[in-house]
Design a binder for this molecule. Structure first.
Ligand SMILES: Cc1cc2nc3c(=O)[nH]c(=O)nc-3n(C[C@H](O)[C@H](O)[C@H](O)COP(=O)(O)O)c2cc1C
Length: 367
């Protein structure tokens, strides 16, 4: 028990109301050990790898709870292979990508890479879901879409269900589906995001929640915001960008330099990543797609079919100007390489100080 333990913490069996999304197993383990609730991002994983990774996390966590997050976006097409989808790519887009490859002298990738090897389609989402449902994970998080059958199947297996929501309009569907916990993720967030800012979104979701617990996500990097999240009616916070600045994540050096140097205004919402609006750290990738004369990014899943090999090569060869990752406005608070435990400890002490300061200000005003 500590000063920030909430009813939700007690229900989930954690010490701190700090939830974290990460693609990293090491971050997932470290956040659980620091007393928070980790959610492993599996949307970029094959079903087999998902089963393996969850088994490993479960073994390392020794009974501490954790979740897994999958994305369920609406797709503009449902081809069964990248080859089939490639036949639909417009010549203008292919020429644009070929030009980028020449301009930045990018060698081909040789290592396997999700974006170069996979295509998002319904069969893939179903297989990912099956792997998660059959695993020993405690919680399932749905993002960028809310399939009722997935929520029902997760609940039938005794798993806690979370839904990412970007608008108060989405709360009813989440409640009707039987979601247990709402994550109100605002415009400030890294990754796929909607147009409503976190500060505006959270109280709207709380009002519409019918008493379901709400977590505040998007832009959180300081304990003042954790204190504010409680004031907005949330029972915890959910962070994603923070972990890119940790030793546990193992961020490649070029990306790490960009993350540590970035201010809030150095992130941008672009469709050039996946075809859907996604907040990323600015780079020549977003600039090139934004430049006059550039083609409009293709809808999901075609944008990754078009760019997957090039993105894999950019990552593998760390092509400096083009390297990027999803990152939120919270990036401003992560300026040095640190650890998950240090971030959690800083957030806790800043939150306690902010709550004291708030109480002091209120008393001073109304002695
Ligand atoms: C690198 C990265 C990848 C992300 N991918 C996903 C994802 O696959 N599913 C999801 O629900 N959220 C994803 N998000 C969003 C996070 O869950 C979280 O809501 C967001 O990071 C919160 O805002 P912040 O980035 O300011 O901390 C991602 C965020 C980052 C930074």
């Amino acid at each position: 028990m500590n000063s920030l333990t909430t009813a939700l913490c007690e229900r989930l069996g954690i010490q701190l109301p700090i939830f974290g999304f990460s693609h990293s197993i090491e971050v997932t383990v470290a956040l659980a050990e620091a007393g928070g609730f980790p959610v492993f991002g599996a949307a970029r994983e094959t079903p087999d790898k998902i089963s393996e990774d969850i088994a490993l996390i479960k073994q390392r966590l020794g009974g501490r709870p954790f979740g897994v997050d999958l994305m369920y976006p609406k797709l503009a097409g449902d081809e069964s292979s990248r080859e089939e989808a490639k036949r639909k790519l417009p010549a203008e887009h292919l020429a644009f990508v070929a030009k980028l490859k020449d301009k930045y002298a990018i060698p081909a990738a040789v290592k396997p890479n999700f974006f170069a090897d996979q295509i998002r389609n319904q069969a893939f989402f179903d297989a990912q879901t099956e792997a998660v449902l059959e695993s020993g994970v405690d919680a399932v998080v749905t993002a960028v879409g809310l399939p009722r059958q997935v929520v029902a199947a997760a609940k039938a297996r005794g798993k806690t269900t979370f839904a990412m929501v970007g608008s108060a309009r989405h709360v009813k569907a989440a409640r009707d589906a039987g979601i247990d916990i709402l994550v109100a993720q605002g415009y400030d967030a890294g990754g796929h995001t909607g147009p409503v800012g976190t500060y505006t979104l959270v109280p709207q979701v709380v009002e519409a929640s019918g008493g379901l617990p709400v977590l505040a996500a998007g832009g959180v990097g300081h304990g003042r915001q954790v204190a504010a999240a409680f004031a907005l009616g949330a029972q915890g916070v959910w962070l994603g960008t923070a972990w890119l600045a940790t030793r546990e994540y193992g961020t490649p050096p070029v990306l790490l330099r960009k993350i540590l140097a970035a201010r809030s205004e150095d992130t941008v919402i672009t469709r050039a990543h996946s075809g859907k609006p996604c907040r990323v750290v600015k780079s020549s990738w977003s600039d090139e797609w934004d430049a006059a004369g550039a083609p409009k990014p293709l809808p999901m899943p075609y944008q990754h079919v078009l760019t997957g090999e090039l993105l894999a090569a950019i990552e593998e060869h760390q092509v400096e100007p083009l390297v990027y990752e999803a990152a939120g406005q919270s990036v401003a608070w992560f300026n040095e390489l640190t650890t998950v435990r240090e971030i959690v400890a800083r957030l806790v002490s800043e939150t306690e100080a902010a709550l004291d300061e708030m109480n002091g200000n209120l008393k001073a005003h109304n002695p």
